[in-house]
Design a protein around this ligand. Structure first.
Ligand code: ADP
Length: 303
């Protein structure tokens, strides 16, 4: 049994259900990754989620939802007096926009207890985190988390990082770039989106993104580029391209990258090569963007 631990923030999602009604769900980049890793990983991959929630009723519901997906909740801390972050999806002529209430969310305290964090990281062979995980933490807790992840990397574990750059979550662009760079240094596998890297690091092309992260000591880099597919780069090999799976109609791109990451890690955990895992993950991401919502049901994935 291989154990994957995804670390970050799951939020309460309020989606439009028509006639002014709202539908409650739960989502967030690293949680979405865990969801798809669980669906794609089969019986030999145990997936757990690491975050912090409150002791309130909504937090109970979130934990019950996570558990109902078959995802382990033993790495979730409970913090008195804090609540989960929340976001609302607005729909305007098919265009989605979001409002967030997450500044005081419990998840911001997920790395506060360093001993607990070490224990849960030690218990897994594959770790996953994102730039959003780093963006929500106080600076001293970023260092706590990254030092545990560097330790995991030194122990030979797979540490997967999606920079998932969200400038709105950072007060300063320079600190954002520094922290993302520090995150990459702690990783063995990087899963950036080329658009974000070009906008925020000024990369002229995918080769520039690969070169910048290889220089930080990241062994494997998978640059996602939407409908143009992904480029796989491993030290000592020429980079290679894996095409996206064509999608008849793009319905909702929410969670495309997260589902790709989850499916990709699940296949790698099962012993697939990088190319096999990327081709499989492209199929899963294509199904996800062909359906509404971040978390689509197993039946819709065609697995
Ligand atoms: P992110 O959502 O993180 O920005 P991308 O937009 O690069 O990431 O998408 C992640 C993956 O989703 C891609 O590598 C690809 O497999 C799939 N994907 C995204 N957009 C399309 C598209 N228009 N057609 C087919 N596949 C797509």
């Amino acid at each position: 049994m291989t154990r994957l631990l995804s670390i970050g923030e799951c939020m309460v999602e309020l989606g439009q259900a028509g006639e002014g009604l709202l539908r409650k769900g739960f989502a967030g980049d690293t949680f979405n990754l865990a969801y798809y890793a669980r669906l794609c990983g089969g019986d030999r991959l145990a997936v757990s989620y690491c975050t912090a929630v409150g002791t309130d009723r909504l937090s109970d519901e979130m934990i019950a939802f996570i558990a109902a997906q078959g995802i382990g909740t033993e790495a979730i801390a409970r913090i008195d007096g804090r609540m989960p972050g929340l976001y609302m999806i607005h729909l305007d002529k098919g265009e989605r926009s979001f409002s967030y209430w997450r500044n005081a969310s419990a998840a911001r305290l997920l790395a506060q207890d360093a001993d607990r964090l070490r224990q849960v990281i030690e218990a897994a062979e594959i770790l996953a985190f994102s730039g959003i995980t780093l963006a929500i933490l106080p600076p001293e807790d970023v260092e706590t988390l990254l030092s545990e992840l560097r330790r995991a990397k030194a122990m030979g574990k797979m540490v997967a990082f999606d920079p998932n750059i969200r400038p709105r979550l950072w007060d300063e662009a320079a600190r954002m770039r520094e922290t993302i760079t520090a995150g990459a240094r702690a990783a063995t596998l990087l899963l950036p989106s080329f658009d974000d890297e070009a906008s925020h690091f000024g990369d002229a092309d995918i080769a520039a993104t690969i070169a910048r992260y290889q220089a930080l000591g990241v062994a494997t880099i998978v640059v996602k580029d939407g409908g143009a597919g992904v480029t796989l780069a491993e030290a000592g090999h020429p980079p290679r391209h894996v095409p996206a799976t064509p999608v008849a109609q793009v319905v909702d791109t929410t969670s495309a990258g997260d589902s790709f990451n989850g499916a990709f890690l699940a296949r790698l955990a099962g012993g697939a090569t990088l190319d096999e895992a990327a081709a499989f993950a492209a199929k899963i991401a294509a199904s996800v963007i062909g359906h509404p919502g971040a978390l689509i049901p197993r039946e819709a994935l065609g697995i």
